[in-house]
Ligand binder design. Structure first.
Ligand SMILES: *[C@@H]1O[C@H](CO)[C@@H](O)[C@H](O)[C@H]1NC(C)=O
Ligand SMILES: *[C@@H]1O[C@H](CO)[C@@H](O)[C@H](O)[C@H]1NC(C)=O
Ligand SMILES: *[C@@H]1O[C@H](CO)[C@@H](O)[C@H](O)[C@H]1NC(C)=O
Length: 391
């Protein structure tokens, strides 16, 4: 029905001016000057001899605007920009792994539109500046595999948009900030392979994955740290000094799938039947602890559990028949006794793992589960209250 003659001259004029203004803006648009200053400060804090000629940072030449296209020779990588209310802002800093070495300039905190900061696999060192807490839009913060030291600044709790935090493989120390739980968008934490000490603080409620392997965390796992974590699927806390009892609430966390608490100092494990909970628990590693008592039979009540390691603990008593259902079963290095259940050797699908270095009777040598030999009788007698033969 309508044709061009129906459009008022005023509207046409407005359209025309809109087009010309837009063109003018994009031709002249510039990165916000404080963003440029931040990038410059960042680059100048990196040792020049650690910036290889082929690297992203080598292409950061401030004679051109960092965000203006085309970026053929200058700023070819490492920086991503977006228009935010008519100015160009840096939204992602994702450096290549090039062994860059230097400290982090506190001025990076001016890049307030950053959603991603990824400096993984380089040689940055020194502290993580507390000023970075002003990066309110940051969703992904990845400093994995560098040489950062010092503690995690408590102000990290201001990064309210944070979804993924990876500071693994650094030299970070001190205790974990007890303000972590205010990061309600945080889904993944990886602080593995650092030197953190102290207790696990109260954790953020929407967490899916917690990894703090290979540190020096101590104390027990307290229910108060894990309260309300209904989505937690993965817990990786191996190679720490976590001690005491792993209480019954732990395996009842409703979304739990994988648990690695190997190489700690746990002395007891309480495990209840999942009850009405539709448990997704698949794999549990509690090897190399100091767990005493009988093998926790209730593990066999978890319908999806397929891999269980309790190797090198101080467990005693017989192996429950129900364990034959598992696909991987490592129970070597305990004081288990009796005759292992036939189901382990005659099941439809064979169970892999090890039952060696125990006090088992007639572990069939034809089974690879029994390849490793049992403990000497004298040690087993001693463990079960008999007199050791040698004294
Ligand atoms: C930066 O770019 C300008 C102009 O393209 C060039 O003359 C200058 O040598 C470059 N500087 C470095 C350090 O590459
Ligand atoms: C756990 O501890 C045992 C015994 O000290 C050691 O052989 C093993 O390598 C450790 N595992 C890891 C992953 O550190
Ligand atoms: C198994 O779980 C039930 C609760 O579901 C508990 O009452 C019982 O003590 C547990 N058994 C063992 C051996 O821990």
């Amino acid at each position: 029905m309508s044709n061009i003659s129906n459009i008022s001259p005023l509207l046409l004029f407005s359209l025309f001016s809109l087009i010309t203004t837009t063109t003018a803006v994009s031709a002249q648009s510039q990165t916000l000057s404080s963003d440029i200053a931040a990038l410059q400060a960042f680059k100048s804090s990196i040792k020049p001899n650690t910036i290889p000629s082929y690297s992203c940072l080598a292409s950061w030449n401030f004679t051109s605007d960092p965000c203006s296209a085309p970026r053929v020779t200058h700023f070819t990588c490492g920086v991503t920009c977006s228009a935010v209310s008519n100015t160009l802002r840096v939204t992602r800093l994702t450096l290549d792994p090039a062994s860059y070495s230097g400290t982090l300039s506190p001025l990076l905190s001016r890049l307030t539109q950053l959603t991603e900061l990824d400096f993984a696999d380089n040689s940055f060192f020194g502290p993580i500046p507390a000023s970075l807490s002003s990066l309110r839009n940051l969703q992904t913060f990845n400093l994995r595999s560098n040489l950062f030291s010092g503690s995690v600044p408590p102000s990290i709790s201001n990064l309210k948009s944070l979804q993924s935090l990876d500071f693994s493989h650094n030299l970070l120390s001190g205790s974990l900030p007890n303000t972590l739980n205010s990061l309600t968008n945080l889904r993944r934490i990886d602080l593995s392979f650092n030197k953190f000490t102290g207790l696990i603080p109260k954790l953020p409620q929407n967490l899916l994955e917690l990894a703090i392997k290979a540190n020096s965390l101590s104390g027990s796992l307290y229910k108060s740290s894990f309260d309300g974590l209904t989505q937690l699927e993965v817990v990786e806390l191996s190679e720490n000094s976590i001690s005491g009892t792993l209480e019954a609430w732990f395996f009842l966390l409703p979304s739990l799938q994988q648990v690695d608490l190997a190489n700690n100092s746990l002395t007891r494990v309480e495990i209840w039947k999942p009850g009405t909970l539709n448990s997704d628990l698949v794999a549990v590693d509690l090897g190399f602890n100091k767990i005493e008592g009988y093998l926790p039979k209730n593990f066999s009540e978890y319908p999806r559990l397929s891999s269980l390691s309790l190797r090198y603990n101080w467990l005693r008593g017989p192996i429950p028949r129900e364990f034959s259902r598992l696909k991987r079963l490592f129970l070597d290095g305990n004081f288990l006794n009796g005759k292992p259940p036939d189901g382990l050797f005659s099941g439809v699908t064979s169970v892999s793992g090890s039952l060696g270095d125990n006090c088992l009777q007639s572990c069939p040598v034809s089974s690879q589960l029994c390849l490793k030999s049992q403990k000497p009788t004298s040690i087993c007698r001693q463990a079960y209250g008999g007199k050791p033969r040698s004294s």
